[in-house]
Design a protein around this ligand. Structure first.
Ligand code: S3P
Length: 437
């Protein structure tokens, strides 16, 4: 039985906000939980992934409370202050949550056992386990570096300089968080710059973060035992959530949407640059700063899109946006090639395969490449299929957006995972004229 069905629409119109940024929300809870004193967070994403991190921080001894207005108050325990969790920590669907917390736990003398849902238990954890072991933690995983994992943290961690094999903000952040409770200087060297929310937020909490360059690569270092000063934070809207509304407006005729207060960190906005290259009428206005992060408003109108080649080096700045880009590409004139995306095979699902199968089912022209997709667009995608979402929120939302612009409705087999990152997605889209039932 399909869970949600999306039907052809016209004229999406409105002035809206999207829920808070997922990456920033996880980090706000973790750094707030490590600060000395009370941090307040407004606009926190209350999706399942972030709530799993909130629960985990409580298990580590931080006090978190939400008031009726949606403001979160976090009483931190100080760097080094983690208590041992009394039970297994279930991180649900959240790769970011589990990897960041493995880093944090690795350099505290506590034992943690992490697990997650069926999707998370398939994802690779060796990428964080290996460097954390070299700092002195003992980490046991199932074969292939899979969860459940037991992390026996050390109270006497050694600082490392770690050359990361993949451009991953989760790996970088895990090591930097581990470095907070480690004597001396911990450094990561990135193969390509990945989202820098951890660095920005650490600096905002008063921790000295050194960003440098070595052999043309970005390096980030922290010195151990900083005192994090509590903050009052406002989380910007998630550009990765705004992405679905932006593409919905672009491909639905007669649409004009304004999306306010969206995070515009340049390491996150690769999709918007790509859409503009494809001919999108998309502008970013009213740029400002919120707690060290650039924020602005998006104005987007229906546009005739053309296919482009997306440079592989842009991938880290739009890594979560390829599913929705593939939808835009399916209705663009010509072919869009996206490559350099091997990482997409180890996200919440194998997103290359999931998009290829889903687009095929909807009658769109798509070729699955080893490290990407080539999508040949046509003004009228037939639709008329039920797409398998593989426990992946972004696959689910992408195909609901495609249904707005396809000839016959597009259904998805499961919508539950949308709550991990974008609670209220269908209602928000329907509120501006979408037809999701
Ligand atoms: C994230 C980093 C990215 C991204 C994920 C969120 C983060 O993952 O895909 O949705 O908050 O650090 P990788 O670090 O695996 O690239």
């Amino acid at each position: 039985m399909p869970k949600l069905v999306s039907c052809s629409a016209r004229g999406l119109k409105g002035d809206v906000r999207v829920p808070g940024d997922k990456s920033i929300s996880h980090r706000a809870l973790i750094l707030g939980g490590l600060a000395t004193g009370e941090t307040t967070v407004e606009g926190l994403l209350e999706g399942e992934d972030v709530l799993a991190t909130a629960k985990a921080m409580t298990r580590y001894g931080a006090h978190l409370a939400r008031d009726d207005t949606g403001l979160w108050r976090i009483r931190g325990i100080g760097v080094g202050g983690l208590a041992e969790p009394e039970d297994v920590i279930d991180m649900g669907n959240s790769g970011t949550g589990v990897r960041l917390l493995m880093g944090l736990a690795a350099t505290h003398p506590v034992m943690s056992v992490f697990t997650g849902d069926e999707s998370l238990r398939r994802r690779p954890m060796a990428r964080v386990a290996r460097p954390l072991e070299s700092m002195g933690a003992q980490i046991l995983t199932r074969p292939g570096g899979r969860l459940p994992a037991t992390v026996v943290g050390t109270g006497e961690a050694l600082p490392i300089t770690y050359q990361m094999p993949v451009a991953s903000a989760q790996v970088k952040s895990a090591i930097l968080l581990a470095g907070l409770n480690t004597a001396g200087r911990t450094t990561v060297i990135e193969p390509a710059p990945s989202r820098d929310h951890t660095e920005r937020m650490l600096a905002h909490f008063g921790c000295a973060v050194h960003v440098g360059e070595q052999d043309g690569k970005r390096t980030v270092s922290v010195n151990g035992y900083p005192t994090l000063r509590p903050q009052s934070m406002v989380v910007p809207g998630d550009p990765s959530s705004a992405a679905f509304l932006v593409v919905a407006a672009l491909i639905t005729p007669d649409s004009e949407l304004t999306i306010r207060g969206v995070g515009l960190n340049p390491l996150r906005t690769g999709l918007f640059d790509t859409l503009i290259e494809m001919g999108a009428d998309l502008t970013m206005t009213n740029r400002r700063d919120a707690a060290g992060e650039p924020v602005g408003d998006l104005v987007v109108r229906s546009s005739a899109l053309r296919g482009v080649d997306v440079p592989p080096e842009r991938a880290p700045s739009m890594i979560d946006e390829y599913p929705i880009l593939a939808v835009a590409a399916a209705v663009a004139e010509g072919t869009t090639r996206m490559t350099g995306l091997a990482e997409l095979r180890v996200k919440e699902s194998d997103r290359i395969a999931a998009m290829a199968r889903g687009l095929e089912a909807c009658g769109a022209g798509v070729e699955e490449l080893e490290d990407g997709l080539a999508v040949s667009g046509s003004a009228a995608v037939p639709g008329g299929a039920t797409v398998t979402t593989h426990l992946d929120h972004r696959i689910a939302m992408s195909f609901l957006v495609l249904g707005l612009a396809s000839t016959a409705p597009v259904a998805i087999d499961d919508d539950a995972m949308i709550n991990t990152s974008f609670p209220g997605f269908a209602a928000l889209l329907n509120g501006v004229g979408g037809r999701i039932r």
